[in-house]
Design a protein around this ligand. Sequence first.
Ligand SMILES: Nc1ncnc2c1ncn2[C@@H]1O[C@H](COP(=O)(O)OP(=O)(O)O)[C@@H](O)[C@H]1O
Ligand SMILES: [Mg+2]
Length: 562
Amino acid sequence: MLRLNKVSYAINDNKNEVHLIKDASISIPPSKFMAIVGPSGCGKTTLLKIIAGINEESSGTITWNGRDLSEDDLSASEVGYVPQFSIAFDELTIHESVSYALRLRVGKKHIESQTDAVATIIEQVGLKELSDRKVKVLSGGQKRRLSLALELVTNPTLLLCDEVTSGLDPRSEKEIVGLLHSLSQNTERIVVNVTHSLNHLDLYDIILVLYEGRVVYQGPPDKITHYFSVESAEEIYPLLGCREPQEWDNSWNKHKHSYILEDQEPNAERAHSVINTTPSAASQFCALISRRFKIFARDKTQLILQAAMIIGFPLLVVVFGLDGISQPKTLPTENTGSIIEQFNHQVSVSESQIKTGSLISGLIMFQVILLTLIASNNSAREIAGEREIFEKERFGGLHTASYIGSKIAFLSILVLIQSIWMGIFVQICVPTLPGSPITRLLILFLVTAAMTSICLGISGLMKNPEQSSLMSIYLVGFQLPLSGAILTLPHWLEPISRPFISAFWAWSANLDIMTGGYFGQSIHAVTEESSLQPLNVCIAWLSVHILTGIFAAYAGTKKPQW
Ligand SMILES: Nc1ncnc2c1ncn2[C@@H]1O[C@H](COP(=O)(O)OP(=O)(O)O)[C@@H](O)[C@H]1O
Ligand SMILES: [Mg+2]
């Protein structure tokens, strides 16, 4: 039995307390199928989230088989919550989606056979024939069935559905309501479906009418027209507006005893022993990483974009270094010739040093900037683009550490390929580039990782993928002007902006490893002494960027954002 006793939920709106739910008292016996109906904006979703434990009630108590849920939350496997939005990845098939949901939510020791379990669930929701079809080609009704299947993997005793029948054609709507009804039979499972539709009310065991956050009716469907004194249920919504919510409340409190389903004695309720089926963080990590690679391999647009950048960007860089980097002229050790000749020679040496220095500095900066662009494309949408799915999965018991860990593993592989290929290709085409190639590869890897990590952090903190992409692009855009590599920054600005600019540290590190040989003077000819930082300082800053990004991503995902 699920009981809500005078549950309210209030928010602060401009310092005023607004009750989205007011004194809701509800009781739902086991094996019952309940509809929460009411006009748009009356608080249905809010109420469902309170029951699920996503929203915490401001006052009142909720008990489940005698257990106080404010002290002892529902475990992830006891409750299934089907939100309004789609919660599956377009590129996966129905079978794969259910299979990953099972791997993320139920440990191996709790199921005998993964394959059988997946097949049974898919059959239960009537998608057996379509099992190999991709999510992106499913119809609205089929997607709702899949959403239900994803929640059935833990065999929940409480199944909460938000508008899973909305926007469907009448036939599909009836079929889904029928399916929900069947899911509440033969088990102790309670199924609650939120809907604004007043069709098929007779298929439910209990109807709860909500109006402006108040329960104005709760009882069997056949008595609803009697309570509201109307001919058909469709007349209820227009009628609701004719009285103040408080009046409806008073009226309901007066008459409710004749309508509410026979109440079970609270003492007779058995407390179920709860088995937590959530798998270990390591198995969740493995499932996530396998799923991420599968989705990546099937996302043609992203694959083409990645290939274009990985192949095209190094080509762009070498175009500027095709003539090779000539060693700059040097002054003769002994001064010979006239003063004029010596002066002309000095000028030509300086010119050649500036030319070589600019080429090296520009080439390095270009290489680094292109890598930061690749990096922002890697991760700007990584979390924000699937935030709703992640929130849903976290609610279902996904460890945040497994999630962030899988992102780090996946992105590290991308970063490794991108930076190593950029480094090796440029080294092969411009072999005279001074400095140790291995150290340069390390620097390129670090700057790509730093930017990828920071954009992952942004993606974890932002509310939606558009915001996150925009922020990441701005960040890349600011790398060049704020690095001081092209135009010298004002002295007061340098120490403020520089710590945040990954491209600067990679550029500076690269130049630092070249200053030893012939090219030292050329590099000094085009850069200010103060703007170059030693290699180890640069590596330390890039590492700080990587860690900051990971921390931000973790902190951002730890905080629920429904
Ligand atoms: N976090 C929130 N802050 C402010 N208002 C909210 C918030 N969540 C919901 N509301 C408001 O509460 C009311 C009920 O919302 P909701 O439960 O989503 O309604 P329903 O699902 O019945 O359409 C709406 O008017 C909505 O705008
Ligand atoms: Mg809603």
